[in-house]
Design a protein around this ligand. Structure first.
Ligand code: NAD
Length: 389
């Protein structure tokens, strides 16, 4: 009797990130043996994990092969990244090759167009259907938002001139900081829990009323506003408010903001610019030394008027508005480890019998597969590109 045919092996390579400030890596050493059991051979571009404290030698000990960028591009069936891909890399990919990352195709549809043109299968974790229970292990938006919420509190505490907890010492007693977190999604709830653990008095608010229980479960008080009714959208997300609702919300929030020492904002509406929650007028009502950390700050705007991503703006009344940049990249070891677990789970879904198997009819794949066989197959991305797709 002849031996059974050997199981095919898929070669996956974690590439070195090139975006300024990005310190994460898509695969960590502990994922290598897990992938080997699933018939995946792991390559790692030399230095890819260094900024996240994963040395080349740690990957080698886990039986991954450390390779140059050229070798990575030549040998990998699938290249995995955290962020978007550098233009020079895209130009070197070959038809049939696949890339997996947080490619933000709804923000950068041209990238999808290019990848389709190159015959590359592009898979983006930011399209994952998040409420599907079997997708939870792959949910990189959640794993990274958790890190961002945690780090936002540390950034706020670091920029605050007083203590977060109440401290009773021979030199006096300090009152605890009062912290308001706007938006109770993944990042917001993590921020509330983290600020509570640091000893602050925490209040949380979200436009979706069902978040009240979640806010209270992490030890925060729920801020109830009367001006805006529920704004439940689809899939557990909020819907965008009308202009009138938004002004009413801003006005009512404006009456509350001044009593907080720290405000952390995390509100987002999928596919829209972030809602403006804290007006310049509201910031004027804050005390000198107050700190605002805006997680939504980006080139599209933010939740706080005047916030600029990656910059700190001092206001005339002495408040500090911090436009958060890429916070998960600032906790790179934890963020990479969580992301790597998400990638392993996704590869487990995509690789069947040792072969990358694209099935757009599958609910998860319909969300994450953006391009395949020369076409932009993700309907929302294709719609953005119009006939050129
Ligand atoms: P997100 O980043 O889209 O938004 C953050 C929060 O901002 C949301 O809670 C939203 O309601 C709030 N918001 C939007 N506009 C607002 C406004 N004008 N005022 C105040 N708050 C406003 O949210 P997310 O963290 O990605 O989570 C979105 C949803 O997905 C939540 O319901 C979350 O529970 C759900 N989720 C479910 C799973 C799962 O089932 N496994 C996993 C992750 C997230």
């Amino acid at each position: 009797m002849s031996d059974p045919a050997p199981q095919p092996v898929v070669t996956v390579c974690a590439i070195r990130e090139t975006m300024p400030g990005e310190q994460r890596v898509a695969l960590v050493p502990e994922s290598v043996p897990v992938l080997a059991r699933a018939h995946v051979h792991v390559l790692v571009e030399s230095g890819a994990g260094a900024a996240a404290c994963f040395r080349d030698s740690a990957y080698e000990r886990a039986d991954a092969e450390v390779v140059s960028r050229d070798e990575a591009i030549d040998r990998a069936d699938i290249l995995v990244s955290v962020g978007t891909l550098a233009p020079d890399l895209i130009g070197r990919l070959r038809p049939g090759q696949a890339v997996i990352g947080m490619l933000r195709p709804l923000v950068q549809p041209d990238l999808a167009h290019q990848l389709a043109g190159a015959g590359v299968t592009a898979i983006s974790l930011d399209g994952l259907p998040r409420t599907l229970s079997r997708a939870q292990y792959m949910d990189a938006l959640t794993s990274q938002a958790n890190v961002a919420g945690y780090k936002a509190v540390l950034v706020a505490a670091d920029n605050f001139g007083r203590f977060f907890p109440m401290l009773i010492t021979a030199a006096g007693t300090s009152r605890p900081a009062s912290v308001l977190v706007l938006g109770a999604g993944v990042a917001g709830l993590q921020a509330m829990g983290t600020a509570r653990r640091l000893g602050a008095m925490v209040t949380g608010y979200d436009i979706r009323p069902e978040t009240r229980d979640q806010i209270e479960s992490v030890g925060a008080r729920f801020l109830k506003l009367d001006s805006v009714a529920s704004s439940e959208g689809e899939g557990g997300y909020a819907r965008a408010l009308t202009a009138d609702e938004q002004s009413a919300q801003q006005a009512e929030l404006g009456t509350q903001i001044g009593r907080f020492d720290v405000v952390i904002t995390t509100a987002q509406v999928p596919g829209r610019r972030p809602p403006l929650l804290v007006t310049a007028e509201a910031v004027k009502g804050m005390q000198a030394g107050a700190v605002l950390v805006d997680l939504a700050a980006s080139s599209l705007g933010g939740n706080v008027e005047g916030s600029v991503a990656d910059q700190t703006v001092m206001t005339e009344n002495g408040a500090r508005i911090i436009g958060a940049g890429n916070l998960p990249a600032q906790v790179p070891t934890a963020a990479s480890t969580a992301y790597s677990h998400n990638i392993v789970a996704l590869l487990g879904e995509l690789i069947r019998d040792g072969i990358l198997t694209i099935d757009p009819a599958d609910e998860i794949q319909a969300g994450v597969v953006v391009t395949h066989q020369g076409t932009v197959i993700h309907p929302a991305v294709a719609a953005l590109l119009g006939p050129s797709a």
